[in-house]
Design a protein around this ligand. Structure first.
Ligand code: NAP
Length: 338
């Protein structure tokens, strides 16, 4: 994957996933602008590492929430390398708390960096990408943007927004031959994950079918491919990098949860923990008047998914033992698929 003579800007590249992407693309010969907000020494370190390995890089300070700062950064990158071919919108922050406790400031600051920052950088570099031969826009989203996550209403919203944004720009770029895609990492070993308490991390790892957190390289390899000429016919896509975390897998050896869907009520007959659940949905086919048994199928997936997310949060505090029957009202769940 040769990226020689290609210029790329990576926002939030002073550490974590952004740093990994910067080193990966520079390793393929790209000229790299390492954007950061305040971590100057880390950004310098990234540039030095790239140069020591024979690559070409500069630091490019700008707060992505500041539109005019991004414009100044573009001028500096233009002076150094000329027009930009590849923009990676990677800068992101979290400010986690339950929605009830979330302040307007916590909401706004996350939306401002993750979503408005993506708008700002894209707006400033859009004409470069469009006029490039094979321009690339790659936006880093998250599994949380697809699934939601307890205590992350602000973050999940910012990452969901990236999906619609990317698809729309894929359409608007298509005639130019440039592409727009997003990459949705699962939980990846960076400072962002380091902030999560250990017990929560253990619980998250248990929910990853591949039983490990992602490495920065798991994400940067995918970004490198999307940035390359080989990916020229892929646009408007979300590439998940999450160890199969967004798939529901139900090992047979712990058959435990039986849901009886009937008139919006659910009977949980026996259950252990969700990570070892086999799920049988028995639901009434109304007119025929008989029960059909289905394993978790596409048909029921959305409803079951929402239910499990709800139950998962409940089960942190309520332990339901085998053999105990428990009635849960799911009237609040969307039954649109039924
Ligand atoms: N780690 C995960 O588990 C995970 C999972 C899914 C998605 N993601 C996403 O992947 C991206 C990178 O995450 P990470 O884990 O590598 O994060 P990280 O280690 O915390 O690094 C965040 C980077 O963003 C920069 N940044 C923050 N606010 C900025 C701003 N206003 N302007 C410019 N740069 C800013 C930081 O620079 P300064 O230090 O200078 O502020 C830093 O370089 C984020 O979009 C994140 O949402 C991460």
């Amino acid at each position: 994957m040769n990226l020689e003579n290609r210029t790329c800007v990576i926002t939030g590249a002073s550490r974590g996933i952004g740093r990994g992407i910067a080193e990966e693309l520079a390793g393929e010969g790209a000229n790299v602008a390492v954007n950061y907000r305040s971590s100057e020494s880390e950004a310098n370190d990234v540039v030095e590492t790239i140069r020591d390995a024979g690559g070409t890089a500069i630091t490019a300070q700008a707060d992505v929430t500041d539109f005019s700062a991004i414009k100044s950064m573009r001028d500096r990158v233009h002076d150094e390398f000329g027009s930009v071919d590849i923009l990676i919108n990677n800068a992101g922050i979290t400010k986690d708390t339950t929605f009830e406790k979330m302040t307007p400031d916590q909401w706004k600051s996350v939306i401002d960096v993750n979503l408005n920052g993506t708008f700002n950088a894209t707006k400033v570099f859009f004409s470069d990408i469009k006029s490039s031969d094979q321009g690339r826009l790659i936006n880093i989203s998250s599994i949380v943007g697809k699934q939601g996550n307890f205590g992350q209403a602000n973050y999940a919203t910012s990452k969901s927004g990236i999906f619609g944004f990317t698809r729309t720009l894929a359409l608007e770029l298509a005639s130019s031959g440039s592409t727009a895609n997003s990459v949705a990492p699962g939980f990846t070993k960076t400072d962002m994950l380091a902030d999560v308490p250990d017990n929560v991390k253990d619980s998250i790892r248990d929910d990853i079918p591949m039983s490990r957190f992602g490495e920065v390289e798991d994400v940067s390899h995918v970004v490198k491919f999307l940035a390359s000429e080989e990916a020229s016919y892929i646009s408007g896509e979300v590439i998940d990098v999450n160890g199969a975390m967004d798939l529901w897998t139900f090992p047979v050896h712990d058959a435990v949860l039986i849901l009886l869907f009937s008139h919006c009520s659910v009977v949980v007959l026996r259950t252990y923990t969700l990570k070892r659940v086999i799920l049988f949905c028995l639901y009434r086919l109304t007119e025929a008047g008989y029960l059909a048994v289905r394993t978790c199928s596409i048909l029921v997936c959305e409803c079951v998914h929402r239910f499990l997310l709800l139950l998962k949060n409940e089960m942190r505090t309520i332990r339901i033992h085998p053999g105990v029957s428990c009635y849960l009202d799911i009237a609040t769940l969307s039954m649109s698929h039924w």
